[in-house]
Design a protein around this ligand. Structure first.
Ligand code: CA
Length: 747
């Protein structure tokens, strides 16, 4: 890889992203009359000024199903995750239009005090914003000023940071009947009093012996809090659970994949009767029910109150590779599917599997949008979906029947869809016998970043990233509990990539762009290209506008109908979250969280990425007409690299270290030890850190920073070998920094 040394400033020491926010005292229960403003650390806030806020917080108590269903009658609020139960992420607000958007500027900034990814989609009710930060921290802010009203830190054990595939992110809260609900990274569901931020109840939603994590926003339907989880990269069984919003009592649990096929099915999971025969384990592979099977419900849901159906998407198989998960073939229901259930009982109404027998990490957990479209002269109630696999689907949401589908990007794994919407797999993409490059990659052509649908333009705006990915089957069939078990040989990915680069082959192209998709005619209307691969979610408004942030820190607006770029501001922090919009006192605001990360922790920063120039201080930005036109963030001074320790280890020890690094460390710290900048770049460790690999890797000395011990899999010899490999990579980077003209050759 042509090392971009300018990217390699994430200096030294596992500084991690520890947030230590003291929980605010009794802000609204009488004295004291001033409290510390936690956004700035020192400035006192006069509580008497918050009387109106208190009233607004109390009014936020009013959110219920009727109010969410009637959301269009109060467009000033953003009441639910995707604004409405149909999750279109379209706002009827039209104070900001394509004609005046050039006057949009910064209204306020809120500093979340973190440097990890921010994916939150805030809820805004009656002038109050409820947003989440890294490590599942919840903030209540005055949506007009950005002033912090309260903060709640669920105190997620930082060691849990080893379990999520893709950073310690959280995608937001649900607000209902005076309470704020958050799913925590370590698998809890917490109900907070909306007025104070204090927990009302705090329950466990997972088997804590398994590597589950929760990053998705709960949804609330008919007084039931619905929440899923993630972990299918490491090895878990997917499910979704409903809890009573009042008491936290579990109402039902819907498993998406079979457990042990010999065990009897409980009454709630009779839908698995049809799934079991589609899983075909044999001696060649793994017992899928022991590793978990996957199918986790880690993000999207939508609800149709008229049909009384709740829709959600299921994730990839665990392991990814079906050649190990189900070597006898089969579709492996209900992986990579859209599922419709009755929210009262959890009973399945229908399912539609988008990637039968998924073997590429093609999740169907991507954002679901409900809309009513005229198709062939008929009014159809549809569900629209652009999963990782690269195809855009329009389904009848009453029956689950396929209406139409088309690839929205070039794909190599399938030749198209048949009349029932089933993909026609290209046998040439099989990696059972030899490694294959496949497009889209496990990043997806579209990942969790929400899309948006504008009923005026009848276009869906899809945030797309596109790159091919190398799939080598793990011929050793190696299962390791509590770490990544994809069934791919990660060490072979690294060594083959290094060999290809050494032979002068370029890195595969990686592009990020918006596709504006016409779902009725299944064709692209326009596209807008970004300079970065990994970018933010979408918002569209009645002002004929589409908003999206990018990895370069730019928040931009395009005309929704034509794709003409009409506004840009440089926030100087990479954006992956979706913007939302609301209004207070007649003024419309656009708000977005900025903090690069997510799966981006494993991506090498691109030259355009803001993380290289400004770091990654997580912030929430709000914009309004007449606001400030520029955002000032000082550039980071990158100290020169400290000379790394001398490389004394033998080639055999370095090779052993590389193999262990690629198996256990690469998924967070990056290929060739080149960090994406969100977690520390190990090559830039100080000599003191280089001297403490045993203490860090084995003893867990830095577990409070999110670097857990790996003593369950590695011993002191392994830690020393990993250190030797990093020392080798550090010396190569150091040599390149001394001679910046010559690109580094990775080993
Ligand atoms: Ca996955």
């Amino acid at each position: 890889m042509a090392t971009d040394n300018s990217a390699l400033w994430m200096v030294a020491a596992f500084v991690g992203a520890v947030i230590a926010i003291p929980v605010l005292g009794s802000t609204f229960g009488g004295p004291p009359t001033t409290v510390t403003n936690l956004a700035t650390g020192t400035e006192p806030v006069d509580i008497s000024k918050t009387q109106s806020i208190q009233k607004r917080l109390a009014k936020a108590a009013d959110i219920d199903g009727a109010r969410v269903i009637g959301a269009d009658s109060e467009p000033e609020n953003w009441l639910a995750h995707g604004r409405t139960y149909g999750e279109q992420r379209y706002s009827p607000l039209n104070k900001i239009t394509d004609a005046n958007v050039q006057d949009l500027g910064l209204a306020w900034t809120f500093n979340t005090e973190t440097t990890r990814g921010l994916e939150s989609s805030p809820i805004v009710v009656d002038g109050v914003m409820f947003a989440t930060g890294s490590w599942s921290v919840v903030f209540a802010l005055d949506a007009k000023t950005g002033e912090q009203l309260w903060v709640y830190d669920p105190e997620v054990p930082r060691e849990w940071g080893r379990k999520p595939c893709c950073d310690v992110v959280n995608r937001g809260v649900a607000v209902w009947m005076g309470r704020v609900y958050v799913g925590t990274l370590d698998g809890r569901l917490v109900a907070l009093d909306a007025k104070t931020g204090k927990p009302v109840w705090d329950i466990n939603t997972i088997d804590r012996t398994k590597p589950y994590s929760v990053t998705g926003a709960p949804r609330i339907v008919k007084g039931k809090v619905i929440i899923g989880n993630g972990g299918a990269e490491l090895g878990v069984r997917g499910y979704i659970t409903a809890y009573d919003a009042g008491t936290g009592k579990q109402l039902w649990r819907f498993y998406t994949v079979p457990g042990d096929p010999r065990a009897p099915l409980d009454a709630e999971n009779q839908h698995l009767k049809a799934a079991i025969p589609t899983w075909k384990a044999n001696a060649e592979g793994w017992k899928y029910w022991e590793i978990g099977g996957g199918g986790t419900v880690w993000d999207s849901m939508a609800y149709d109150p008229d049909l009384d159906l709740l829709y959600f998407g299921t994730g990839n198989g665990s392991p990814w590779s079906r050649y190990l998960r189900s070597p006898g073939g089969g579709d492996n229901l209900y992986l990579s599917s859209i599922i419709a259930i009755k929210p009262d009982s959890g009973e399945m109404a229908w399912h539609f599997q988008e990637t039968p027998g998924d073997t590429w990490d093609f999740t169907a957990t991507q954002h679901i949008i409900l809309a009513d479209l005229q198709i062939d002269g008929q009014a159809r109630k549809v569900l629209m979906h652009a999963p990782k696999n690269g195809f855009f689907y329009v389904l009848d949401r009453e029956t689950g029947k396929f209406i139409s589908g088309k690839n929205y990007v070039p794909v190599t794994w399938a030749k198209g869809l048949d009349a029932n919407g089933r993909p026609i797999e290209d046998p040439a993409s099989s990696y059972r016998d030899q490694p294959k490059m496949v497009q889209p990659s496990p990043h997806g052509a579209h990942n969790w970043q929400p899309m948006a649908y504008n009923p005026q333009t009848r276009l869906v705006y899809i945030p797309v990233q596109l790159t091919p990915y190398l799939f080598p089957l793990d011929k050793k069939r190696e299962v390791k509990l509590g770490v990544w078990n994809t069934g791919l040989d990660l060490n072979l990915i690294a060594t083959m990539t290094a060999a290809a680069l050494a032979a002068g082959q370029p890195m595969p192209p990686a592009e990020g762009f918006i596709v504006a998709w016409d779902p009725i005619n299944q064709k692209e209307a326009w596209r807008a290209k970004h300079s970065t691969f990994w970018n933010g979610g979408m918002l569209t408004t009645a002002g004929n506008l589409v908003f999206q942030g990018a990895g370069d820190g730019g928040l931009r607006a395009w005309k929704a109908d034509s794709g003409e770029e009409v506004w840009k501001i440089d926030t100087k922090t990479g954006i992956i979250a979706p913007p939302v919009t609301y209004a207070i006192d007649g003024e419309q605001y656009i708000v977005v969280s900025a903090g690069w990360g997510g799966v981006g922790v494993t991506l090498v920063p691109e030259p355009a990425n803001a993380i290289m120039k400004y770091g990654n201080a997580g912030k929430i930005f709000a914009f309004k007409l007449g606001g400030q036109k520029t955002i000032d963030v000082p550039e980071i001074t990158r100290p020169p690299m400290v000379k790394p320790p001398e490389l004394t280890a033998s080639a055999a020890v370095i090779a052993k270290g590389a193999a262990a690094y690629n198996r256990y460390c690469l998924v967070c710290h990056g290929i060739f030890a080149m960090s994406g900048g969100v977690v520390p770049d190990l090559r830039y460790s100080t000599p003191e850190v280089f001297a403490r690999y045993t203490e860090i890797v084995i003893d867990g000395e830095l577990k409070e920073n999110g670097m857990a011990s790996f003593a369950d899999h590695l011993n002191e010899d392994d830690a020393r070998a990993i250190q030797a490999y990093i020392v080798q990579m550090a010396n190569a980077a150091y040599a390149a920094e001394q001679k910046p003209a010559e690109p580094e050759k990775p080993n």
